[in-house]
Design a protein around this ligand. Structure first.
Ligand SMILES: Cc1cc2nc3c(=O)[nH]c(=O)nc-3n(C[C@H](O)[C@H](O)[C@H](O)COP(=O)(O)OP(=O)(O)OC[C@H]3O[C@@H](n4cnc5c(N)ncnc54)[C@H](O)[C@@H]3O)c2cc1C
Length: 483
């Protein structure tokens, strides 16, 4: 049996990689990565620089790990839909195996590959703990409420042990030749390396997991919302690119987090990930449309000045500006800051959540179609089990609660670093002498708020009520009605 193991950018590891393990047991293995212009063309790569950086470092690590086991990762360029069937025929492969992706465009790609192949194409599960679409309500429908999804998961799911890395891999068959190319560098793609972006690779991922379990996991329940602390695992990019599998993380957390509340809270977040993937699997249209039909023609505004201030971190709300600059600077945003920033864009500024979603996809290292879409739709109030539209975060109290000393703001908005904690989330309330002593000149060194919290909150509520009350075919009441 000769198997092509097609690594596809979401499974960049050799441990707990069932397609690789099975292929190695069955006979000859050809590990393959295709640099598809869909991601790697220069024009495309520059729209996702941080993800490309993480992916390239993970790919280099995969190349080393495969070589250390006695084989070799073949890297070629071209459209996967053309390259895979061609190489499978040329190499006389008996089958092609890969991990399944949930995104609609990936499903189309896989259908095309399958149709063009003359040998079987086997897609393995493993991107999620359970195959997406497994859990169903009593009526056989996909879950639309997270707590019920999580309950059903806890009741029925069995998460198997993760597979170890194969002890060795068979050497690449001698007749296997291709127009191989080296793994690109950031420079070759016209990009500049950002030292603040996390390092990829399987080994680094495991070190990150161990560090989290040893240092922060047992305080996760308390610290996970604190933007000023390193209270979360920072494994999102590893899960996205598969330098760790979800069941490696799930099983390790279950086994090693001794504080029950923290263990539950952490596993619950992994279930939000699961829910997002399962929801996108069942409802592929969500990448372009809101889950709630009433939001389809929502009167979002086109306010370019506000949009640029939100993107660049010059809204005059320190917590918002810290979140925007963390994204641009480090390719990451703390979850609480993502929620506050997304709420502000969609509610205070009334800007379409899809613009924010696309901006996040451009810069997030962990940018993931399912989770990012779910996060944005949740924040805008239009998603599956979303935050009710009438809950609008107050940027000042959110900052004061989850960044109490202002350390997160000080780090990302250095022009406010010398302000006392009392005013760091609302510099416009600081007396003139306090501002002067901190070297802050409102409107000059740091902007005044671009909108008033109370007014913009009322504007959103009025627009939303008016729009959402209008009857929509098949839906005759206001969704998420306050009780
Ligand atoms: C507007 C918005 C956009 C988001 N975009 C993404 C995205 O593109 N990619 C992404 O991985 N996450 C996204 N999230 C979810 C969450 O913010 C990140 O997963 C988290 O901040 C990553 O940090 P961490 O690994 O330290 O998380 P931890 O708190 O350590 O959580 C562990 C893991 O659980 C998963 N997870 C945690 N929170 C969520 C959540 N709310 N929804 C789904 N999965 C979750 C992640 O895989 C994460 O790595 C988004 C959230 C919002 C509100």
């Amino acid at each position: 049996m000769r198997t092509i193991v097609w690594f596809r950018g979401k499974d960049l590891r050799i441990a707990d990689h069932a397609p690789l393990t099975d292929a190695a047991r069955a006979g000859e293995v050809i590990p393959l990565f295709v640099l598809d212009p869909y991601f790697f063309a220069k024009d495309r790569a520059k729209t996702l620089p941080n993800r490309i950086q993480f992916l390239l470092s993970s790919l280099r690590s995969l190349e080393k790990n495969v070589a250390a086991k006695g084989s070799r990762l073949i890297v070629v360029e071209g459209r996967a839909t053309e390259v895979i069937p061609r190489l499978a025929a040329q190499w006389h492969a008996d089958k092609v195996v890969a991990h399944r992706w949930v995104e609609p465009f990936a499903r189309t790609r896989d259908d095309r590959v399958k149709a063009a192949l003359r040998v079987p194409f086997e897609l393995y599960e493993g991107e999620t703990l359970l195959p997406p679409g497994t859990l169903r309500t009593g009526a056989g429908k996909p879950y639309a409420v997270f707590s019920q999804f999580a309950k059903s998961f806890t009741k029925t799911a069995i998460v198997d042990d993760a597979l170890p890395a194969p002890k060795s891999l068979p050497a690449l068959p001698a007749d296997v030749r291709a127009d191989e190319v080296p793994i690109p560098t950031m420079e070759s793609l016209g990009l500049t390396e950002n030292p603040a972006v996390q390092l990829g690779g399987e080994r680094t991922a495991h070190e990150r997991l161990v560090r989290f379990l040893e240092r922060a996991a047992n305080a996760y329940a308390n610290d996970r919302n604190r933007m000023d602390l390193e209270g979360t695992s920072r494994l999102s990019a590893d899960l996205k690119f598969g330098t760790l599998s979800p069941r490696q993380v799930w099983n390790q957390a279950k086994a090693k987090v001794t504080d029950d509340t923290s263990a539950r809270a952490y596993l619950n977040e992994l279930l939000w990930r699961e829910f997002a993937h399962s929801t996108l699997w069942d409802r592929p249209e969500l990448l372009t449309e809101p889950f709630q039909p009433r939001f389809k023609a929502f009167p979002w505004v086109q306010d370019d000045a506000a949009w640029h201030a939100w993107c660049e971190g010059t809204t005059g709300y320190p917590i918002m500006d810290a979140a925007a600059r963390q994204l641009l600077g480090a390719g990451f945003v703390h979850n609480r800051a993502r929620m506050i920033a997304a709420s502000f864009l969609t509610k205070h500024l009334l800007i379409d959540y899809r613009r924010g979603e696309a901006h996040y996809m451009r810069y997030l290292t962990d940018g993931d179609w399912a989770q990012n879409n779910a996060g944005w739709q949740w924040s805008a109030g239009c998603g599956c089990d979303a935050q009710p539209y009438f809950r609008i975060f107050n940027p000042v109290t959110q900052g004061e609660t989850f960044d109490p000393d202002g350390e997160y703001v000080r780090r990302w908005v250095p022009e406010l670093a010398k302000l006392p904690a009392k005013f760091i989330h609302k510099p416009w309330e600081a007396p003139a002498d306090v501002l002067r002593a901190a070297g802050v000149s409102l409107g000059k060194s740091y902007p005044r708020p671009i909108v008033d919290h109370k007014e913009s909150r009322e504007r959103f509520l009025s627009v939303a009520k008016q729009h959402l009350q209008a009857p929509v075919e098949g839906h005759d009441r206001l969704e998420n009605q306050p009780t």
